[in-house]
Design a protein around this ligand. Structure first.
Ligand code: T4K
Length: 369
């Protein structure tokens, strides 16, 4: 094992400690530390503006808005989704007693393949839950056309898609709702945190009730809600991080461009280029290894890098459909999901964050020279 410093797949964007301290002082003075406090309200307003969305509701993480969105829209039966994601996507269905139906993915963006959705629809299907995997926008137009044709709701797990825009418009406005994760490992973080984006004020109101046990006022509970309110400390941290997220994204873009220049002519390694008209957030830098051409399997490369304290991650291997909770489902079979299986077996996410130095980048790229 190398004794060189660890280079991790990501590193959290941290606010300036002195500025954070003075915001903590304000919280201490107010003695209002959660339940729709001042910083919470300020952050919702600032995020709605930054993200170019009409309404947003803050949550304690990126999993609870998924669970809550399904509750709010009374989704039942079967939901069509992708196996190529973090387990939280499908767990949100499971926690609502909904059966996930896996559909294969499109290799050009690692999102659900719209051309395979119709064949998976049954009389029990009520919604589609796609993921903008790695922040790469799904084909939202094709998905919406199918949803409209069959009367289905669309909830986007947009955990990776903070700030992603297509032709100047936020990708978070697609579908009925989108959810975000502000976990420490994300482009924009509030330590733990998340949000839901919705398109009308009535839905925002309903979600705000639902994340506060269902309370509409002191004596009225309108639904069996949950507790998923972001506290003032995380909201303050989030306000500070919002000021520096653009420079963090710019730093990530620089890393992505260096990786691309260095890897473009390496045999057996492929990666994504920017999509035309898209403002990317560079949340992940996945590469795909063709072992025969590269001369090494993905796993060999992963472990060789690890030996040298360069910690890439195999997001998203294994596929969700391979986990014990889901592997018995008919849609979880390898035959149903050939593209997702191939990608899961060949993907490696290289270290990608705002704080990588040229020397760090060189230590990553050494494995390809
Ligand atoms: N939907 C999708 C599509 C998602 O990807 C996620 C979460 C969700 C929903 C649910 O959102 P949340 O409920 O989590 O808000 C991570 C994250 O825990 C998870 O949020 C994320 N997706 C998933 C893709 O990745 P791990 O197990 O890889 O994290 P961990 O602890 O191994 O951290 C990775 C690296 O990050 C470390 O090696 C070093 C660095 N790190 C991490 C933490 C936590 C730090 O430097 N500091 C830190 O505090 O799951």
């Amino acid at each position: 094992m190398s004794d060189e410093k660890q280079i991790t797949v990501t590193s959290p964007l941290l606010p300036d400690l002195d500025e954070f301290n003075s915001m903590l002082k304000e919280i201490w003075d107010r003695k209002w530390i959660t339940n729709n406090g001042s910083f919470h309200r300020q952050l919702e307003k600032a995020l709605a503006e930054y993200l170019k969305v009409p309404y947003i509701s803050l949550f304690t993480n990126g999993t609870l808005p998924l669970i809550t969105a399904l509750q709010a829209m009374r989704i039942t039966g079967e939901v069509i989704t992708t196996p190529y994601s973090f387990v939280a996507t499908t767990h949100a269905l499971w926690w609502n007693g909904i059966k996930p139906v896996f559909v294969d993915i499109d290799p050009t963006n690692c999102g659900i393949d719209p051309s395979k959705i119709e064949a998976a629809i049954t009389p029990k299907t009520t919604a589609i839950m796609p993921v903008h995997c790695y922040g790469k926008p799904c084909d939202t137009k094709a998905i919406q056309e199918i949803a409209d044709k069959y009367g289905l709701k669309v909830i986007y797990d947009a955990a990776h898609a903070f700030g992603v825009e297509v032709e100047g418009k936020s990708v978070l406005n697609a579908g009925d709702m989108s959810t975000l994760s502000f976990h420490a490992t994300k482009v924009y973080n509030t330590i733990e945190g998340g949000a839901m984006v919705m398109q009308d004020e009535k839905t925002k109101q309903r979600i705000d009730y639902l994340k506060n046990f269902g309370f509409a006022n002191e004596t009225t509970v309108v639904a069996p809600g949950i507790n998923s309110k972001m506290d003032e400390i995380r909201a303050a941290y989030g306000l500070l991080n919002l000021r520096q997220v653009d420079s963090a994204i710019a730093a990530r873009r620089r890393v992505a461009n260096i990786y691309r220049d260095a890897l473009r002519n390496v045999e057996g390694v492929t990666f994504f280029d920017d999509m035309p008209g898209v403002r990317h957030n560079y949340s992940y830098f996945p590469i795909f290894i063709d072992a025969t051409k590269f001369g090494k399997t993905r796993d060999r490369l992963y472990f060789d890098m690890k030996e040298n304290n360069v910690l890439g991650r195999r997001y998203f291997y294994p596929l969700i459909s391979e986990f014990s909770t889901y592997r018995g489902l008919p849609s979880a079979s390898r035959e149903n999901l050939p593209v997702a299986n191939k990608i899961a077996d060949t993907v490696l996410c290289l270290p990608m964050h705002h704080d990588l130095s040229d020397a760090d980048i060189e230590r990553v790229l050494k494995h390809f020279r």
